[in-house]
Design a protein around this ligand. Structure first.
Ligand SMILES: Cc1ncc(COP(=O)(O)O)c(C=O)c1O
Length: 374
């Protein structure tokens, strides 16, 4: 039985009529840039995140970039980021001429280890940027405590974490600003690239609005150098349709995670396979379901080859840590030790968890993993 890592067509089939209706309304209006569709989506997305403001932007990468620009991060500044994340987390820092300073992650949740942060703070530090990796919030109390002590802003990289919660508060209100990605494979996925930034502070919101259109206010008068970071009205219209379904999709992912826990418990694999663990006070939304093989050697790669040979989708997020990336070979902090990040990169594998997955498919995935490990 083939099992894809993600099957977006199944989800689309359930919302096709609604999507075709709103997209055809946008076509008929011939109104494509910002406007009511974007305003409506931003209002409801902010509410979904428990946040006061949301600003739709062109991608999750641009959401991170514009957040740093709003904070005036520039050449020589340092931003503390986890050593293990998608590239954009560190890439946006470097693009502004600033220096990503890498902190190791904790293996409990693959998020930045708060105990590693304070030693990295210098007079040049401008922000701390935790990532809520795979859909589970980082240790925000500890991070915010350190940030407050050093008067530093916190940017949540919430690209994978729409709807994730920490103490009942959602990703999006746990720092100074939060960046979301609506890349199609994300829990809330556009039909192309899109993203958003949330914030609580009105002045920050106003700056985000200005930086999204070349730092312009009023028209053709530029106070800052921003960029074209606009979200398309078409994407906003589609995302607005999808937002109404997001809670039920998140519940589907959570249900599947619970089913995997039962299925793995029935095997004799024990600690040879470490499952994702929802930490206390968190609501995990399982943008990915990432397991770790502790046998060492090339176990993870052998399991992956076996799953692929039986048409079970799986993928490695991410094969290298950020400090191991060639483009960061001259980064001073990349010379440090990141043992947990190294293990995460060497031992983890994402398996299917999308909401429409069936119990039989999950049982098949677990069975084939067991065979690969025997
Ligand atoms: C942790 C993280 N940060 C940033 C991004 C960048 O988002 P996008 O692909 O929408 O630019 C992603 C998405 O891939 C991500 O997973």
């Amino acid at each position: 039985m083939p099992v894809p890592l993600l099957d977006l067509k199944l989800q689309y089939a359930t919302i096709r009529d609604e999507v075709l209706r709103v997209t055809s309304e946008v076509y008929d209006s011939q109104y494509f840039i910002l406007g009511k569709r974007v305003d409506d989506f931003e209002r409801d997305f902010a509410a979904y995140c428990h946040s006061r403001y949301a600003v739709g932007v062109s991608s999750g990468t641009d959401a991170l970039l514009i957040a740093l620009m709003v904070l005036s991060v520039g050449p020589g500044d340092e931003v503390i980021v986890p050593a293990y994340s998608f590239f954009a987390t560190a890439g946006v820092v470097d693009r502004l001429g600033a220096i990503p300073v890498f902190a190791d992650v904790a293996l409990d949740d693959y998020n930045i280890d708060p105990a590693k942060i304070e030693a990295l703070i210098t007079p040049a530090t401008k922000a701390i940027m935790p990532v809520h990796l795979y859909g589970q919030c980082a240790a925000m109390d500890e991070i915010n405590r350190i940030a407050a002590k050093h008067k530093l802003p916190v940017i949540e990289d919430a690209a994978q974490a729409v709807g994730a919660e920490y103490d009942g508060r959602r990703a999006g209100v746990l720092g100074t600003m939060a960046a979301f990605s609506f890349f199609p494979s994300k829990n809330l996925g556009a039909f192309g690239d899109a993203g958003a930034v949330t914030c609580e502070d009105e002045a920050t919101y106003e700056r985000l609005i200005d930086f999204r259109v070349h730092g312009m206010r009023p028209k053709y008068y530029h106070r800052y150098v921003g960029g074209n970071f606009r979200i398309d009205a078409l994407q906003a219209a589609i995302l607005h349709v999808k937002l109404a379904h997001l809670d039920s999709w998140a519940e589907g992912r959570r249900r599947n995670a619970a089913a995997y826990a039962e299925l793995f418990a029935d095997t004799a694999l024990g600690d040879r396979v470490i499952l994702p663990r929802e930490l206390p006070r968190r609501r995990h939304v399982y943008n990915q379901y990432v397991i770790r093989f502790t046998d060492g050697g090339d176990t993870r790669d052998r399991v992956m080859s076996h799953l692929k040979s039986v048409a079970i989708g799986c993928d490695i997020y991410y094969p290298l840590t950020l400090p191991q990336q060639e483009c960061f070979k001259d980064n001073l902090s990349a010379g440090g030790q990141f043992p947990s990040s190294d293990l995460a990169a060497a031992q983890t594998l994402a398996i299917p968890v999308f909401p429409e997955l069936t119990k039989d498919q999950m049982a098949e995935v677990v069975r084939e993993i067991g065979k690969a490990l025997n």
